[in-house]
Each structure stands twice: as C-alpha cells, then as structure tokens.
Design a protein around this ligand. Sequence first.
Ligand SMILES: [Zn+2]
Length: 61
Amino acid sequence: MTTAYCEVCDWAEGTGDGTSRSDLNRAMIDHHVETGHAPIETIEADASRDEPAQPTVELDR
Ligand SMILES: [Zn+2]
C-alpha cells in the first residue's frame, strides 16, 4: 500500500479500494496545484527492509 500525506495541512490519501497508484499520484498533483503544498509519498513495501520510507515525490514535469 502506498500512502501520501501533507505536512502543511491534514491532507492524506492512500491506495486502496478504487484508488490505484496512478489515482494517488493524480491526487497528489491536484493537491499541489490547488494549494501549493508538496505531499509526501510513503511507499510501504515489504517490512523486510530497514530503510525508512523515502519521501519521493516528483511534481515537476
Ligand atoms: Zn496540504
């Protein structure tokens, strides 16, 4: 599951029922466009890795 949240406001979104990865990505871009905030994406993959979730967000095209 991939989730995204905003440190500036309480916006948060995650993949799940009816929300695909690309839906989440679009929601993040929409939030950025609407508010100027940069949502942080956290990818929760296998817990077998010790690395913390990297905030990777690419809003520039
Ligand atoms: Zn925000």
